[in-house]
Design a protein around this ligand. Structure first.
Ligand SMILES: CC(C)(COP(=O)(O)OP(=O)(O)OC[C@H]1O[C@@H](n2cnc3c(N)ncnc32)[C@H](O)[C@@H]1OP(=O)(O)O)[C@@H](O)C(=O)NCCC(=O)NCCS
Length: 196
């Protein structure tokens, strides 16, 4: 029987840029985490992954590493295999608007200076351990690192938050500035921004 050691806490996770192979896992995580009216389609996620191949700071994933041990009892030999699983992600595209708008949710403007965050998502079994906060901090550090070259690529990050999640974004350094003009679903959205 294989024995399995699971990464259980935020400190066990690794952070890296998205890869095209992550599409299936990310599309499944998105579909399992958002109401169907809010979830990005697989096609849109594929587009965001493609954009991130030239702008890697715009799509970060957190991965857990699971060690699977396979033992052959007859030979008395055990081998270990490490499996990487994406358990959280944050993604964004660029806009020339200062806030997230209906248009910025659909169109990536490669000359835009505002990083419009579309999705912050943690797999259900990993929630409530500070992973979203840590993921956002790593994401923002990546944007700042991209800015440390000659040209300032990214002026600010912007997102829409439900009222109950404002505390999460404030903990990551965002300021929530009021109700958004974007109307989608029954509850209001709140504009949150952070200068980079
Ligand atoms: C929202 C979500 C990303 C939070 O992930 P998480 O790893 O559990 O969040 P964290 O553990 O880092 O939480 C950090 C802070 O955020 C707040 N928070 C997180 N989830 C919350 C929730 N469901 N309701 C209220 N506050 C919440 C808490 O203030 C928490 O601080 P505390 O531990 O001091 O109370 C996760 O529940 C998720 O993926 N949900 C589905 C997708 C979604 O709604 N994404 C956000 C909209 S874009």
């Amino acid at each position: 029987m294989p024995s399995v050691a699971m990464a259980k806490s935020a400190t066990d996770l690794n952070y890296r840029h998205v890869k095209p192979d992550d599409l299936d896992t990310i599309a499944n995580l998105e579909a399992a985490s958002y109401d169907p009216s809010e979830a990005a389609s697989r096609e849109n996620i594929a587009k965001r992954i493609e954009i991130a191949q030239s702008r890697p700071a715009l799509f970060l994933v957190a991965t857990a590493h699971t060690v699977v041990e396979n033992c052959d009892m007859e030979l008395g030999i055990c081998t270990q295999e490490e499996i990487e699983t994406v358990v959280a992600f944050v993604n964004a595209t660029l806009t020339d608007s200062e806030l997230v708008t209906d248009q910025s949710m659909d169109v990536h403007d490669d000359n835009g200076k505002t990083v419009a965050i579309h999705s912050v998502c943690v797999a259900p079994q990993y929630r409530g351990q500070g992973i979203a906060e840590k993921l956002l901090m790593n994401f923002l550090d990546g944007l700042r690192a991209a800015n440390s070259g000659d040209a300032k690529c990214y002026k600010r990050a912007a997102l829409l938050s439900r009222e109950r999640l404002i505390k999460l974004y404030e903990k990551a350094g965002f300021t929530c500035i009021g109700k958004s003009q974007v109307v989608h679903g029954p509850e209001p959205w709140f504009d949150c921004t952070l200068d980079l």
